[in-house]
Design a protein around this ligand. Sequence first.
Ligand code: HEM
Length: 440
Amino acid sequence: MTAGLKLPPGYNFLQSLWRTYKQVKNPIGTIEESMERFHGTYSVNLGRLNLIATQDPAFIDYVLKVNHKNYYKSKILTQQLGQFLGNGLLTSNGEYWLKQRRLIQPGFHHERIHALFSIIKKTVDDFLKDFPTGPKVDVYPLMNKLAFEIVINTLFNVKIPQEKRDELGSFISETQDFVIRDVRQPYKSWWFKLSGEVDKNLKRAAGARQIIREIIQQRKQSTEKFNDLLDMLLDARYEDIGEPMEEDQVIDEILILVIAGHETTANALSFALYLLANHPHELEKLKSATAGLSLDATVRNEQLSAVINETMRLYPPAWISDRVALQDDHFKGFRIPKDTIMVLFYYGLHRDAQYFDDPADFKPGRFLKKNSDKDKPKAFYPFGSGPRLCIGNNFAMAEMAIFLEEFVSNFTVKATGLKPGVKPLVTLRPDKVFLGVDKL
Ligand code: HEM
């Protein structure tokens, strides 16, 4: 079927080695350069490892949706994360993933997450009580703390002692940092094992699992309903056997939800505040569009969604993703050999002038229904696409809307002239988002 077809144009072995070296130092710039040179799709030849990188929305759609059965998540992240987090939605593939997705998906439907809005609101209100003000406040650590509090409170709608929260929090951030180092420096993996770093993280993981196990056991003894994500996970039954998950499976899924739902949201909110501070007319527009809204109206508010979407267009928290071809395949006349790693470069697509006018500009209005350009292909993938679309997308949009509404009605942010650093790690993490913050 693929005989006679060629790989997309790209780099030979030596060039690929050089590009990979450059990419470790400057991932986004190096990929952007190649995308421009090869018009949006190129191949990389690293001997036994072959990659095709693309920012063509049709190609991305093909991999994630049209022929998704031929593309699994690669081992690069799933295995590294999986050894600490266990086998959950984000780290599994195939039959097991599908079984878990079917089980958990209903818990994230609109009506189920609606019950969580009041928990989110209370968390935001408590958080904003002590929000620091001043001419130069770094909002990233604050957004990180908030996103962590929201995910923990919606998972466990009970009081958890501060030291246990801190232990969970430090496990999550240390694991993330360790996995990033391991993925970026695979040649050091042997050293991480030998030096005891892997063991240290495994021990931490065991501690985190024990905290969650105790919460689950207490919950199982209670007859009360807490209407949180833990109730949802414990109440879910496999369709075929009518049985719930084993305790260890519940723990795996909880750790996955914390890791997947925490840093992504923190990044998006930090960039949103930065962009609003640097576009005061957009901040004003948002304030007047959201004044006095109820909780339900906040979550449905079009201006809030537009600001959040435009932020994630410019700074997609999931800036890149990958899949591995299970069998030979082809697309648009290009050959995709079995085992090829497909690199999906959302960051580049979101800034591609073919799909977005003035792509570097912050213009939330482009996401308002009245301005939608139906002739343009869908080129916006903040939550991925296809069957592995982010399960928490509605939850994430709701929590970000609830925070931003509450924030802009109580505080104002001003630009400091300092641009945040942008760190393309597993997620696109901002570094030092200094803003002037004043109470209204
Ligand atoms: C701004 C916030 C968020 C962004 C940008 C985001 C983005 C994404 C993306 C792009 C994927 C798909 C990855 C891929 O295809 O390789 C994903 C998967 C996932 N996300 Fe999110 N996410 C966010 C928030 C959340 C939240 C709040 C939760 C849960 C509370 C969550 C849970 C998950 C899970 C469990 C998966 C794996 C789903 C599966 O493979 O079946 N995410 N997310």
